[in-house]
Write a protein that binds this ligand. Structure first.
Ligand code: IMP
Length: 433
């Protein structure tokens, strides 16, 4: 009677799409608990790439119920657009398998407008410009519009008008033009018609599923270091991406969660501004970007690349309570002569093995590296740990010991079959009755 959380252990883009997609084979219910269309999950199905931003990855599997939890911010037009795109690719009947929490907040055009206007100015932090921050601001300011408001167009209009009034000074100050409530409502009517049948009390649905012994997966978005509380503030997203957010964002008690799986790449990437101590600006960084195809799936921006940061991983292990790791993109390191791993930090106060998260921009705070040998073999065909080159195994062991967390899944290529399973937290659980 429990749920498994899957959470990004770095700055997002850890390869959650593939791991979540792999795990959904074992899950009856998949719930997204935070964020919105700022997430981009690239799924490789056969040889076809499918990108989903809002809908949980499990939607591609018939028989899996997918839930957009109340911790999310949902852009109605993106949601309907995704359903239509996937249905156009032959995945039929998606709406019937999709539940939207009636407490999830809506991203409306004025949120996207404010996000874009701000990103054009001095305080830009490199957001995805999808309206995420402004929608969460509305939620906290108590002027938000929730998915449940779509059930009553009169109430919806009143809430939109109140929110517009609250945003007007900001939009004017930023040099934008606020849309009128009438302009906003016109496209909302057909969207509401399609979304209302998907609305439900998601908290009860998820809790009931757990009580009935169904296998529930709580799918995180972004990553630990982008979490509003535990990330590299202010260069963060606006929600709790960490595992603790899974209980709040899906509406279940924390004691319903049995396992937390953290996802980490074998190196590090980041998109957007903010500190990144192990960042590389040389041929190694270029290798990681090109071989790893490190370009944002939502924005197309080239990702910043760098070495693995073990203090950061240990930090993620602590704030999430990680039980196991899914280590992704190990294959991308093939062909690099020597690999560096950050094992600690030099700070003005001395050397530390802790991740100095609030001091990363202080002069003199610098990563300390240890070098490990690389390998030249292509890893994609290996199916067991023992087959891997000894230097790759040594790299994995070093990572496990440094993070203090064992590797459960090892990804050696983008395809589903290019995965080595060392421990599957879903196996041994009851399947759907
Ligand atoms: P926002 O979530 O669009 O407000 O962006 C805030 C920060 O989080 C920016 O640095 C974004 O690049 C980053 N971010 C948001 N979503 C993702 C993601 O899914 N992967 C990686 N970075 C993300």
């Amino acid at each position: 009677m429990s749920a498994v959380v899957i959470v990004g252990a770095q700055w997002g883009d850890e390869g959650k799409g593939k791991v979540v997609d792999f795990c959904t084979e074992f899950a009856d219910v998949v719930v997204r608990y935070a964020g919105g269309p700022n997430a981009g999950h690239t799924l490789v199905v056969g040889d076809e790439k499918v990108i989903v931003r809002l809908i949980p990855s499990g939607i591609l599997r018939e028989g899996t119920r997918c839930v957009l939890g109340q911790g999310m911010v949902v852009d109605p037009s993106v949601l309907i657009g995704e359903i239509d795109t996937l249905e156009g690719r032959g995945y039929a009947g998606l709406a019937a398998r999709l539940t939207v929490s009636d407490r999830a907040h809506l991203i409306l055009p004025y949120h996207v407008l404010v996000d874009s206007l701000r990103e054009g100015g001095k305080g830009a932090i490199g957001t995805t410009k999808k309206g995420i921050g402004p929608a969460y601001e509305d939620k906290v300011r108590r002027t938000g519009v929730r998915a449940g408001d779509l059930r009553d167009l009169g109430r919806l209009r009143a809430r939109v008008e109140a929110a517009l009034e609250a945003w007007l000074p900001t939009i004017t100050h930023l040099g934008g033009r606020a849309p009128s409530a009438a302009e906003l409502m016109e496209p909302m009517v057909p969207l509401a018609e399609r979304i209302v049948p998907m609305l439900d009390n998601a908290s009860k649905l998820v809790d009931d599923a757990i009580r009935a012994g169904r296998r529930v997966m709580l799918e995180g978005a972004q990553g630990t270091l982008l979490d509003i509380d535990h990330g590299t503030y202010p260069f963060v997203t606006s929600s709790n991406a960490v595992a603790g957010g899974a209980a709040v964002g899906s509406g279940i008690g924390p004691n319903r969660i049995s396992t937390v799986l953290g996802i980490t790449k074998a190196y590090t990437t980041r998109v957007g501004a903010g500190p990144f101590p192990t960042e590389l600006d040389d041929r190694d960084g270029q290798h990681l970007r090109e071989v790893g195809a490190e370009f944002g799936s939502v924005t197309g921006r080239p990702r910043r690349t760098g070495w693995l940061d073990l203090p950061a991983l240990r930090y993620a292990a602590r704030v999430n309570g990680l039980d196991g790791l899914a280590l992704t993109k190990l294959d991308v390191l093939t062909g690099m002569d020597r690999l560096k791993v950050c094992v600690g930090y030099d700070t003005p106060a001395g050397r530390t093995s802790e991740f100095p998260i609030d001091l990363l921009d202080v002069p003199g705070v610098l990563p300390v590296y240890q070098e490990l040998a690389g390998w030249t073999e292509h890893l994609g065909e290996y199916r067991t740990l023992d087959e891997l080159p000894s230097t790759a195994r040594a790299y994995i062991r070093f990572l496990e010991e440094g993070a203090g967390v064992p590797v459960y899944f090892l990804s050696v290529g983008p395809r589903r079959r290019e995965t080595i399973v060392l421990h599957n937290p879903f196996v041994g659980r009851a399947a759907a009755p």
